[in-house]
Design a protein around this ligand. Structure first.
Ligand code: EPU
Length: 429
């Protein structure tokens, strides 16, 4: 379910981009959205005060913090990137419908509330629309931990009087299901073993957060995760990892504009799938301890790309790769193997003059035809970022509408791109 901007009183804003300028300079990467939206609900498991640092200042983070507040947690911002949460006094396991529909990650409340109260009622989540987004693996995992589950009109109810560790084998790699079961198992007596688990950096970050508060989780970052349930978690301070998708976004912006950009405060290992493709394309990538420099000053080569769970090429950077490939002469093929329907935005690139043919999960890009500015709509968060990259690269003025999607995941994108030399601004519609 998607919330409408009017319904939530959001002012509709556009991005206006005058493209064709090579980006140069340095950009600092914020904390990871997808780690933040898992770790904030995880604070529900903690007795006492959690200080969560390096949070990105984006709407998804504010929404999940508000949901915890609505559940009765003490939540306050110590500065723009540091949140204090004390969930000791939360006494409800039922999430408000209006809140849950505002983001995808609200379903992490399922695992967190089951862990804490052995019961959860969570209305249907919102978030980006890439076709159906089933939750069968989340439910199957909870059932393996002794819960009964029921979905009525999209509302998910889970009950686990006798919640305990169990053996979970996921049919496919799911970030969300891995995180939800990790949350549920943390306080469940006995041993939980998750096989075919997701290995994404934010799965590891959640495990590190929980372990730093007293959990016993081993193997995060591999496909077998073992969790020995503990009785309670204690408070503490934790700093979120840098956002590898935001970092990747600036790598693509640098490459598409044939620029020279140093992307700072990153973990270069998290970006290896992108760096390897860039090298194949003839883009220079230098890795430092916590920075990556991208230089694109030679003609680029066409490539084929297939998205895969981590450490494969990330689906969340697929629209940015397609945008870049429209600037590269020749035929490139991009295969989306994570989501059923993640090419809806290519029609928007076509409005800018791109030549992209989509057949199911495969997009064929005839690149190298100059794009021109147009009015295009951000159909979802990363699609929006892809349109921004295309607009930065091409001559003329592009208006990107519906940028509330972009604001869900990118902190101060206008300021960060402006500092790199881009001509970009916001205006109200
Ligand atoms: N799937 C099922 N059943 C399930 C769960 C997933 O069939 O029970 C399928 C999905 O339909 C999809 C695939 O498994 O085809 C992978 O889905 P996954 O559960 O991994 O995705 P998610 O947890 O809902 C997270 C990110 C997405 C990112 C995907 C894949 C968050 C909040 N969201 O979603 O990020 O695309 O993993 O890496 O962590 C974004 O940041 O823009 C974004 C959409």
């Amino acid at each position: 379910m998607e919330y409408s901007a009017h319904e939530w009183g959001v002012v509709l804003e556009n991005l206006i981009i005058n493209g064709g300028i090579s980006l140069s300079g340095e950009v600092n990467i914020s904390g990871a959205k997808n780690a933040a939206v898992a770790i904030i609900p995880a604070a529900l498991l903690v007795e006492g005060e959690c200080i969560i640092e390096n949070l990105p200042d984006i709407s998804d983070v504010r929404v999940i913090a508000d949901i915890l507040k609505a559940l009765g947690a003490e939540v306050s911002w110590l500065d723009e990137s540091t949140l204090r949460v004390d969930a000791t006094n939360v006494d409800t396991y039922e999430v408000d419908q209006e809140c849950a529909g505002r983001m995808r990650a609200s379903y992490y409340l399922l695992g967190a509330l089951v862990s804490r109260f052995h019961k959860a009622i969570v209305p249907p989540p919102g978030g980006c629309n890439f076709g159906t987004r089933p939750i069968d693996q989340h439910l199957k995992g909870l059932q393996s931990l002794g819960c009964t589950t029921e979905v009525n009109g999209g509302v998910i109810c889970a009950e686990g009087e006798n919640l305990r560790g169990g053996q979970v084998y996921f049919d496919m790699v799911s970030v969300g299901a891995t995180i939800n079961i990790m949350l549920a198992a943390t306080l469940a007596p006995g041993l939980t073993v998750m096989e075919n688990a997701a290995k994404e950096p934010h799965v590891v970050d959640l495990a590190n957060f929980l372990n730093s508060m007293g959990a016993n989780i081993k193997g995060a970052g591999t496909d077998v995760i073992k969790i020995r349930g503990v009785e309670r978690l204690h408070g503490g301070t934790y700093s979120i990892i840098p956002d590898q998708i935001e970092a990747g976004t600036y790598m693509f912006a640098a490459a598409a504009t044939r620029g020279d950009v140093v992307i700072k405060n990153v973990i270069p290992k998290h970006l290896e799938a992108v760096s390897a493709k860039f090298v194949e394309m003839g883009i220079e990538v230098w890795e430092g301890d916590d920075e990556v420099r991208v230089v694109a000053n030679k003609p680029l080569n066409r490539v084929n790309v297939k998205t895969l769970p981590y450490p494969g090429f990330p689906t969340d950077l697929q629209p940015l790769m397609v945008a870049l490939l429209t600037t590269v002469p020749g035929t490139s093929i991009v295969t989306e193997s994570v989501w059923d329907s993640r090419f809806q935005y290519t029609g928007e690139l076509d409005r800018m003059g791109a030549n992209i043919t989509v057949d199911g999960r495969v997009a064929v890009i005839e690149g190298g035809r100059p794009l021109t500015g147009a009015t295009v709509r951000a159909t979802d968060l990363r699609a929006g970022a892809g349109l921004v990259v295309a607009a930065l690269a091409c001559e003329g003025t592009t208006t990107v509408t519906d940028i509330r999607h972009i604001d869900r995941g990118y902190e101060r994108i206008v300021e960060k791109l402006t500092a790199l030399g881009a001509n970009i601004s916001r205006n109200n519609d």
